[in-house]
Design a protein around this ligand. Structure first.
Ligand SMILES: Cc1cc2nc3c(=O)[nH]c(=O)nc-3n(C[C@H](O)[C@H](O)[C@@H](O)COP(=O)(O)OP(=O)(O)OC[C@H]3O[C@@H](n4cnc5c(N)ncnc54)[C@H](O)[C@@H]3O)c2cc1C
Length: 288
């Protein structure tokens, strides 16, 4: 089905984009990769009068790895994150997620920021963002604000974004030491949304866990940050026994619903197995 008629603006600078949003925000939608928005429009679930295509705002097209952390611009495609040597070396959870979003066609166009703004509870990036305490940089003509990922999502397909606001980047804060972690995803077939997804990251200091984050996809009304499981890890040496205990706790914190992808009981078991597997993976990498 074709989407309904809409007007179309193609700014080339951020200032121009914000200016258009300040005037048209109530009736406009930002278009990044279009991998979620266009299907919604074709199904008539979204009918914006205006599309604000940001694809020529090249200043938003960046992935920067610096002392403050990893900054992912609003036009950085999943593919860029999947391919980046720096991301693979320093942010393994981000790289692992990037390679598992959808399929190569979608990854060439879709963006991490667009995925977070879309706020689909089955989207893979939300779990990574809450696990790693990412922050969203938000701009409008009124100024800017920084919102932690844990406060950005209000519910399915709903965020704190106001109509005149644009997310310019997602920032994954730097943590001291080497980061271990991964994103594990169970999908029914390649390219499917997650039946369950698990994002884990941690850093070690003197052999003990100094920082830890666990985020879960598709096992709750929104992304789950398994805070209880995270706290079990802090200050502890990583052992098989601890991994099993943390995994049990994370499964308790999940709140899955039974649907066509599996029963709630099954999904909880997958969370347990995946968290344990991700922690073991970290132990193996550390030992290597
Ligand atoms: C076949 C298929 C399979 C898919 N499988 C998966 C999957 O396995 N896992 C997964 O996580 N996702 C999946 N997706 C969804 C999609 O890949 C993601 O949601 C993501 O790529 C969307 O990013 P985008 O840049 O295309 O966003 P768009 O579709 O352009 O925008 C999405 C929403 O975010 C808003 N938006 C975008 N950028 C900004 C910004 N900078 N500031 C403010 N608002 C903004 C838009 O207005 C819109 O409401 C799939 C999609 C398709 C078509």
């Amino acid at each position: 089905m074709y989407p309904p008629r809409f007007d179309y603006a193609v700014p080339t600078t951020l200032q121009e984009a914000l200016d258009i949003l300040s005037r048209r925000g109530d009736e406009a939608k930002v278009l990044a990769g279009g991998q979620s928005l266009i299907p919604l429009m074709k199904l008539r679930f979204a009918q914006p009068a205006w599309l604000l295509d940001i694809n020529r705002v090249t200043e938003l097209e960046f992935v920067r790895d610096g002392p403050d952390g990893l900054s992912v611009g609003a036009l950085a495609r999943h593919r860029h994150l999947e391919r980046s040597e720096a991301v693979r070396a320093r942010y393994p959870t981000v790289a692992a997620c990037a390679s598992q979003v959808a399929d190569p066609l979608v990854r060439n166009l879709g963006t991490l920021v667009g995925s977070l703004c879309h706020a689909d509870p089955q989207g893979d990036w939300g779990a990574v963002a809450v696990a790693m305490d990412a922050q969203l940089m938000i701009r409008s003509l009124r100024g800017h604000r920084i919102v932690p990922a844990t406060e950005f999502f209000l519910g399915p397909l709903t965020t704190v974004l106001q109509p005149d606001e644009l997310v310019t980047e997602a920032r994954f804060p730097a943590v001291p030491g080497r980061m271990f972690g991964t994103y594990l995803k169970l999908e029914r077939k390649v390219g499917d949304f997650a039946t369950v997804g698990v994002a884990v990251f941690l850093t070690l200091s003197d052999g003990r866990v100094a920082r830890a984050g666990i985020g879960l996809t598709a096992v709750g009304p929104m992304y789950v940050k398994a805070r209880g499981a995270e706290s079990l890890l802090l200050g502890q040496a990583l052992t098989d026994e601890l991994a099993a205990e943390v995994a049990r706790k994370a499964a308790e914190e999940a709140d899955p619903a039974s649907d066509h992808r599996g029963s709630a009981h099954y999904k909880r078991q997958v969370v347990r197995v995946f968290v344990q597997r991700a922690l073991r993976h970290a132990m193996v990498i550390k030992a290597a």
